[in-house]
Write a protein that binds this ligand. Sequence first.
Ligand SMILES: [Zn+2]
Length: 592
Amino acid sequence: MAQIPEHIIDEIRQASDVVDIVGQYLPLKKMGNTYKTLCPFHQEKTPSFNVNPQKQIWHCFGCGKGGNVYTFLMEYDKVSFVEAVRTLAQKAGIKIPETRADFKDGQHDLLYQANELAARFFSDNLADPKNTSAREYLEKRGITKETQELFRLGYAPNEWDGFIKYAGRSGLSLPLLQESGLIVARETGNGFYDRFRHRIIFPFFSLGGRVIGFGGRSLEQSPQAKYLNSPETPIYHKGRGFYGFSQTKSAVGDAGYAILVEGNFDLIVPFQAGFKHILATAGTALTPDQARLLSRYARRVVVCYDPDNAGQSATERAIEPLLEAGLDVKAALLPPNMDPDAFIRERGAEEFGALIKNAITFVEFLVMRASLHKDLSQISEKSRLVNDLAGLMVKVEDTVSRSQYARETADLCGVDESLVLDLMRKKQGLSPKQAAAPGKELPQTDWEHEIFVLLVKRPQFLEQFWPQLKEGNLASDWLGTILQKMDLIYRERGTIDPSGLLEQFKDPEQQQRLTMILARSRQGEDTMDDADKDRTVLRDYLKKLKELKLKPRMKELQEQIKVSEKAGDQQQVSQLLAQYQELRQIYAGKKP
Ligand SMILES: [Zn+2]
C-alpha cells in the first residue's frame, strides 16, 4: 500500500460527509436520524441500507455489509483503499504528498487511469482544428458544445496508433492498455493497434462519474460496424449500468420515472431537448441488473425503443425484468423509421413529450404485438397470450394496478375477468415468494454491544470500565480485542470517532460486524450531552454482564453448600461459603 500518512487519511475522512458521498451514487431518503435506500450489494425491494450522518457510517441490515466512506467507495467502485482515499482527497481539496510507493496501486485503479487518459485523448482530438469531419457530424446532428462537454464526447482519429503514441508518455504499460480494451494485439503477434479509429466517441461512466469504457460510432461511409463498444473489463461490465445515467440519475430520481431508450444519440438528443430523466441500454438487451438499478431511482418507466421489429421485440423482452424489479412499465410507440433522435429533430420536443405521455401499458403493448404476429382468433394462440400476461401481471406488486391490468387483459382479449384472475392465482402459487436475505445473527447480546457503543461515545470512561470488562466479564473475545485497542487509541490520541475506529480493523468481516453494532444502536444519537446519565447506564450494563456470568455460578455454590451441610462436612461448607461471599462482593460492585 502506498505510504499515505495516517493523519492525512484521517483528515480526508473527516472532510468527507458519508451522506454526501453515498448520495452521489444512491438516492437517499431521510428517515428520522438516518438516510435509507435500496442496498446496491444485494437484491431487495424494501430499503435496508442505512447511512448514519452522526456516526459517519453506512450499513445494510439485509446483507450485513457496512463501513465508512472509504469502505463504501472500495465496495462500490471496486477500488483499492489508496484509490478511495485519493478520490475523496480530490473532492475535499486535500493534497496528498506523492511518494514512489503510490505506483503500487491496484489494477482497477490503473484501468480507471487508462480510461480517463483515453477520454482526454478523444476530447482533445474532437477539439483539434484538423478534425473538422467529427465536429461537422455532431453539428449536423444538432449537438451543442455544452452537451458535448457534459457527456464528454470525443473523436478517435483515423490512425492506427494515435492513442498508443499518446499513452506512451503516461507510463501505463501496453498489456494494461490492452486489458482496458483501448488497444488490440495484432494477429501477427507483432505489436498493437488502437481499437477506436475514425469514430465519434461516447464515454461510459460509472454512477460516480468515472470513465469505465467507450462506445464509438463510425464516421466511415460504409463501415464494417456502425457501433463499436469497449469489451468487458474488470471495471466495465455490459448490462450493469446505463449509458448516460451518471448524468441523468438525479433527474430520474426527481421525476420518479424514466424514459428508456436504446442508443447514445437517442439519449443525448432528447436530453438536450429537455427530457433529462432518460437513460439508454446502449448495446445490450436490458438485464435484470439494469432493471434493479433503475428501480432504485424510479417507480415508472416508459420504454421508447426503435419501431422496427428488432426494437419492438427488445421492448417485449425488457418488460419482464422491469416488472420484476417493481417498476410500472409502459411503451411509447414511435412512427415507422424513426428513432427518438430523429423524431425530436423532425417533430420537436413538444410532440415527443406527447408521445411519451400517450405511452400504452405493457398489457396493451403485448396484446398489440400478438395481434400483429399471431392469429388470435385461434383459441390456442389466445390462451397462450392470456397465460403469458397472467404470468407477467403477478409480478406487479401494487394490487390496484394488478387488478386494473387483469381487467385490461380481459377486455382486450375478450375473455372473462374471473378467468384471468384464476390464472393469476395459479401462477402466484407456482412462483414462491423470494426468500428474504438472511440477516446475520449475532452471538452477542444487545446490551454487550451497547456497552461498546457507549464507550465509543464516551471514551473517557474506558479508564474506569475497561479493567472491569477485561476481568472476563465479556462474552465475546473479539469485542474485548476491540475495546483493548480503543483503550490504546484513546490514550494515544485523546479521542475516538466511530468511522475512524473502523479503519483500525482491516479485516472486512470484523469491520462489517463493528459497523452493524454501531448502526444498530441508538446510543450516541441524542444531541443532549449527559455524561453522568451515560455513566449510570454503563454501570447498569456492567452489572448485567456480571449477573449473567456470576448468577449461575452463585446458584451452583448455594446447591453445593446445601449438600455439604447435609453431609456434615463443615470444612467444605466454610470453603464454599467463602467463595460465595467473594462472588457476592464482585456482584455488588464492591470488588472488581
Ligand atoms: Zn445489502
